[in-house]
Write a protein that binds this ligand. Sequence first.
Ligand code: IPM
Ligand code: MN
Length: 372
Amino acid sequence: MKLNIAVLPGDGIGPEVTAQAVKVLKAIAINFDHVFTFSNALVGASAIEKFNDPLPEATIETCKSADAILFGAIGKTSYDLDPYAKIRPEQGLLRLRKTLDLHTNIRPVIAYDDLLIKSSLKKTQIKGTNILIYRELTSGIYFGDKYLSEDNNTASDVCKYTREEIERVAHSAFKAAQSRKQKLTLVDKANVLESSRLWRRVVQELAAQYPNVEVNYTYIDNAAMELIINPKQFDVILTENMFGDILSEEASVIVGSIGLLASASIGDNHVMFEPIHGAYTKATNKGIANPIASILSAAMLLEHFGLDDEASLVRDAVEKSLTLHITTPDLNNKYDNITTTKVGDFIEDFINNPDETNLNFTNIHLGQSTII
Ligand code: IPM
Ligand code: MN
């Protein structure tokens, strides 16, 4: 298969983790006879520095002409500390999602057995967790009318949804539930918000088209608690933009590190794959950033194009790295010298040679085979 992939590394740790995902995709291309081409473009603070615009026109064009986009991370501490800044890195990501109409964001939350110990939650509570969060990505409070009074003392953000915006993400979530455990939970705040009541009405109506899917309705405050107390009760979670943002980051506690959570942002004409973590500015170029969320985002990219064997090999490689403790310090208390690049190298090497009959599997995959 030929795929033209736009690569938007972004800010902070974005470039270093994205480089590992690109490395992995290149290994897949070689081993499975695909032709993947990569076109880099600037976004976020790095684009502001060069073009005074977090999403330059050239970047939009690169994305529009690509088959898929691989996104790194966005943000910079100096902007976080300045609520007066008019031009902000995050606008690049938000405008990109909106411009390309990437309305459906899918965030898998899987508790790996080897990492149960890394979670601050009890092992018995989280073992076996496998949730797919469907987050609406291009509407709601993120994109509603914003207002700031002239004296800077009054502000508002409107949370607006249309039936159509709810229907398209809800259909995808129902279909996903059908192919999983046939359970869908709508998370909203329908006891307070009119927009949430619209979500409930629309989802209740659509449920009739998916009779084999059990639908539950939960308020966001309760869902935030249930996700921690008993995450295994969830199969597919469907929710609006901001609740999905918060719940998915909370869910990273189950998995053991936010550095593991990948996502796919799907529109009718464009697709983008991005880790859910941010730019983690203070870790930039220290070699401690976990590249797995980016690598698993690349696996989601492969799956999107029906390259299931390729995606499974990437997932196997990731799982092997977790089992053998070839992980960055956020997950590792066995080795203290495994860098971002080393994790990428291990996964690349495993793809090239997944054969476990080697005598010293770990060393060979860490490029240390000549020592033995
Ligand atoms: C995410 C991020 C973004 C969001 C930020 C960087 C704008 O937190 O993808 O979860 O809030 O959607
Ligand atoms: Mn977020």
